[in-house]
Write a protein that binds this ligand. Structure first.
Ligand SMILES: *[C@@H]1O[C@H](CO)[C@@H](O)[C@H](O)[C@H]1NC(C)=O
Ligand SMILES: *[C@@H]1O[C@H](CO)[C@@H](O)[C@H](O)[C@H]1NC(C)=O
Ligand SMILES: *[C@@H]1O[C@H](CO)[C@@H](O)[C@H](O)[C@H]1NC(C)=O
Ligand SMILES: *[C@@H]1O[C@H](CO)[C@@H](O)[C@H](O)[C@H]1NC(C)=O
Ligand SMILES: *[C@@H]1O[C@H](CO)[C@@H](O)[C@H](O)[C@H]1NC(C)=O
Ligand SMILES: *[C@@H]1O[C@H](CO)[C@@H](O)[C@H](O)[C@H]1NC(C)=O
Length: 286
């Protein structure tokens, strides 16, 4: 028993810093490697911080992301992560996708084409996944910072059906955690108008210090939606800004705390009624 606990603690210690983001995308069955620049951001945990050997500026559809969590809801980092908007590594590529087809985002580093960071797997499992899109001005998203009330939600994932309370299990653990995780698959709304869009994946980790509040992990990718014969864009009531869409007092965020996983079950976690932050999911109507 003691050995088991020790092993668990060691595993925990090794993985405690294992945050992350999206390593690969499967968009209409084409695999896209994510932005290699995140490898440069690991810092001391991975030594030099340049484990990939992938030259800086290698083209990708994904904006640069930062390994560590975001906490500041009013920071521009909330739009597309640290440096995700303005860095010289802003990508110019767009992945074509037909309206109605799917995007699968993998947080599993095993799918990324390098070996030096294989220890790093997504480790969090308490909290929702929320996926947004924003229509870029013109025919390209390159250089656009995603400012304004332009973001609409296309999907959200909460508890696994049958979970008894907010201790889970959550879909986050099922879809993202570990070396065999399948990733999160979402459908581009079939009615969506043809054009260039940013896709913003957000993971919220509710298992964090109460004083710090929830942790946010944001990754953005550029896609070009084709065949959107529906020609629709969401109305104002579905559109929000990042930063701006969330407050730390939002019911689904203010409950963040380490107690979600440990000790006596607090009353606030003794429910399956999780209230997602942000607007309603746009289903192609309204
Ligand atoms: C990519 O996604 C499609 C559609 O979900 C799936 O059929 C295919 O197996 C995926 N490809 C890989 C390599 O995971
Ligand atoms: C990381 O390594 C690659 C390949 O050796 C190199 O092109 C790049 O400039 C390096 N980046 C940094 C920040 O050192
Ligand atoms: C959060 O971000 C805002 C906007 O950039 C900034 O003014 C504020 O100082 C930040 N707060 C913290 C605690 O870093
Ligand atoms: C944005 O993220 C970076 C990296 O964590 C951090 O250095 C910077 O202070 C953040 N900016 C704000 C306004 O929070
Ligand atoms: C991974 O890298 C190797 C060596 O650079 C290359 O031959 C291979 O095509 C790459 N695979 C993918 C999926 O990018
Ligand atoms: C959780 O709620 C259920 C139903 O209201 C109740 O029966 C149970 O005692 C509660 N558990 C705790 C640990 O408070």
């Amino acid at each position: 028993m003691k050995l088991l606990i020790l092993t668990f603690l060691l595993t925990w210690a090794l993985n405690a810093a294992a945050h992350g983001g999206i390593y690969t995308y499967n968009i209409s069955s084409v695999i896209y490697q994510g932005n290699p620049w995140h490898i440069h951001d690991y810092g001391p945990f991975y030594g030099s911080g340049n484990a990939s050997g992938i030259p800086a500026g290698t083209p990708s559809i994904q904006r640069r992301w930062y390994f560590w969590p975001l906490y500041n809801l009013s920071s521009p980092n909330m739009t597309c992560n640290f440096d995700g908007s303005f860095s010289p590594t802003t990508p110019s590529l767009h992945a074509p996708v037909r309206a109605g087809e799917t995007i699968t985002a993998s947080y599993n580093v095993a799918n990324f084409n390098l070996t030096a960071v294989e220890r790093d797997q997504w480790y969090h499992q308490y909290g929702p996944l929320l996926i947004y899109m924003a229509r870029c001005p013109g025919l390209s998203c390159a250089g656009w910072n995603g400012e304004g009330e332009v973001w609409f939600k296309i999907a959200e994932f909460g508890l696994v059906p049958g979970a008894k309370n907010l201790r889970g299990p959550w879909m986050q653990g099922v879809l993202l955690m570990g070396t065999s995780s399948p990733g999160v698959e979402v459908r581009v709304p079939g009615a969506l108008k043809t054009g260039a869009y940013l896709v913003r994946h957000e993971v919220v980790n509710l298992q964090s210090n109460r004083a710090d509040g929830a942790q946010f992990y944001v990754s953005c990718a550029q896609v070009f939606v084709e065949g959107g014969e529906g020609g629709k864009v969401p109305g104002e009531r579905f559109s929000v800004a990042f930063p701006g869409a969330y407050k730390s007092s939002d019911p689904g965020l203010r409950i963040a705390g380490n107690e979600i996983s440990d000790g006596e079950l607090l009353e606030e976690y003794n429910t399956t009624d999780y209230q997602f932050p942000g607007p309603l999911v746009w289903d192609g109507e309204g």
